[in-house]
Structures are given as structure tokens and as C-alpha cells.
Design a protein around this ligand. Structure first.
Ligand code: ZN
Length: 279
């Protein structure tokens, strides 16, 4: 059986002269996929419609190689009249990513982050000149003052806090449904990840934690986050929600869980890991 090669990010930003072999096409918050009952994957570009896409939307931004094939990204307008090939459809990005393999998720995340970053980073923040792509890496460079700009990642922590075989679950005030999730938040300037875990838990639910330990991480290109998952143990204090970000929170054992995040999210992976452990 042929070995599957991992997704390899491109070492510099460039546009493909020819059609790339694998296409990542965004249309608003939707992504072009080929979907069957069991799986969802990125389309290859052998159909003639992709040549038409290149005519309409320009050359693809190359983001890396996908199982040895060149992978290029396009972002088209929501009202773009491109007719996508039979058997493909535009699916909501997060739902599609949850159904896809790791290699596809890496390619999609990189494509989305780089396209969004290029869009936001067109001009030099120092002197205002229009930036150009650097020929040697993925940065953009100012031809006037020489400043170099790289894509920025915004790390965020998400934490499963455990107390006496129960898990801390919180209902975010922004959630439209009655779902309860884990406490999460962005890392602040000057903090390490553990600082961010302690502060977020204290700010949002008013308790102290100890034994903070790394679990796993997840790309989150909406637009440029990296979610870093932790477990922590309850140390002291009583739950007191901030009432702004968190509307309600409590300790739950698995047999009394409210509605929880769907499969595929790092929140759910943390929750499942808690349920499968010896708590
Ligand atoms: Zn400049």
C-alpha cells in the first residue's frame, strides 16, 4: 500500500502558475468539499470547472503539499457565479473540518489563516507602503523601510477542571443553545500558558486550580487561533460566575452532563478523556 505523506507547509508564499492538484476553495464561511455518507475530503482539480475558477478568481495561493500534491487556495466572493463541479458542494467550514482527516484540517487551517492574513496585511504598519511577498519565506516585506511581517497566531487555552470525580462545565452567555462547555480564553501579553489557565479560571468562575497539565492542541483558523487544551485540579474557592462571559457553571459527573460540545472539538476531546479516565 502506498504510504500517505503528511501535509507539508510551503516554505514561502507564492501563486501557482498552473492549477494546483488539490483545491481549498472558500466562499464566505463555506468550504468546497466532496462528501459521501461516511467522509468528507478536499477536491482534486482535474475537472474543467477548476480551470474556469482560475480564470475567474486568479491564481491559487500555494499553501503546501498534500500527500505529495501541490495544494492551492482560493477565496471567492459569496455572490461569485462560479459553477462548482458535480459531486462537490460548499459546506460550513467547521462542520466539514470535524469530518475530515488531520492532513485536510492542516491544509484548510493554513489556507484560511494565510488568506485572511494577506487580506489584513496589505500595507506596512510603519510607513504605509504596500507590502510585497518575500521570495525566501512566508513573510511580507516593505519595499520602502524594510520591515518584515509574519502571520501572527493567537494562542488560547481551554481547560477541563476536575473536582472529586466531577468536571467543571460552564454555559457561555454567547451560546445560543443550552450547551455547557469548558472555560477558555486568549493568552495575554506577558503570560505563559499556565498563567493564562489560572487567570481565566479565576476571572470566569472564581476558583483556584492546581496541577495544570497539558493535554493536546487544535488549530482554530477563525481567524488565527491555536487552542491549547489542559487538565487542572480544583484547589480552592467556590464557583462565582462573572455574569458577563459566563452565565452559569457547575460541577457535573458524566451521568448528569447537560448538553456538551460536539465531537471533533478539543473541548469534547477533553470531556471524553475525563469520562474515560478513572475519575
Ligand atoms: Zn514600511
Amino acid at each position: 500500500m502506498k504510504k500517505v505523506l503528511p501535509f507539508t507547509p510551503s516554505s514561502r508564499l507564492y501563486f501557482a502558475d498552473d492549477l494546483p492538484e488539490v483545491a481549498v476553495v472558500f466562499k464566505g464561511d463555506r468550504l468546497l468539499v466532496r462528501q459521501t455518507a461516511e467522509s468528507c475530503f478536499l477536491p482534486c482539480t482535474f475537472e474543467t470547472e477548476f480551470a474556469a475558477l482560475k480564470e475567474l478568481a486568479g491564481e491559487a495561493l500555494c499553501v503546501g503539499t498534500f500527500n505529495g500534491m501541490e495544494c492551492g487556495a482560493w477565496e471567492i466572493e459569496a455572490d461569485c457565479e462560479w459553477q462548482n463541479p458535480d459531486g462537490t458542494e460548499f459546506a460550513e467550514i467547521r462542520s466539514a473540518m470535524h469530518l475530515m482527516d488531520k492532513m485536510s484540517v492542516n491544509a484548510i487551517a493554513r489556507a484560511r489563516e494565510l488568506l485572511a492574513w494577506r487580506q489584513r496585511r496589505q500595507f506596512c504598519g510603519v510607513c504605509g507602503r504596500e507590502l510585497v511577498d518575500n521570495a525566501s519565506d512566508i513573510s511580507r516585506i516593505c519595499p520602502e523601510c524594510g520591515n518584515t511581517f509574519y502571520p501572527v497566531l493567537a494562542p488560547a487555552v481551554i481547560v477541563a477542571v476536575v473536582r472529586d470525580n466531577k468536571l467543571l462545565l460552564a454555559h457561555n452567555a454567547r451560546f445560543k443553545n443550552n450547551m455547557y462547555g469548558l472555560v477558555a480564553g486568549f493568552v495575554e501579553a506577558g503570560e505563559n500558558l499556565e498563567n493564562a489557565v489560572s487567570r481565566e479560571i479565576m476571572e470566569e468562575v472564581g476558583i483556584e486550580v492546581k496541577n495544570i497539565r497539558y493535554f493536546s492542541s487544535q488549530v482554530w483558523p477563525f481567524p488565527n487561533s491555536l487552542m491549547v487544551g489542559f487538565f487542572a485540579d480544583y484547589a480552592a474557592g467556590e464557583i462565582k460566575v462573572d455574569g458577563v462571559e459566563i452565565a452559569d457553571a457547575g460541577w457535573f459527573s458524566p451521568d448528569e452532563f447537560p448538553e456538551i460540545p460536539r465531537h471533533g472539538s478539543i473541548a469534547r476531546k477533553l470531556i471524553d478523556a475525563f469520562c474515560e479516565s478513572e475519575f
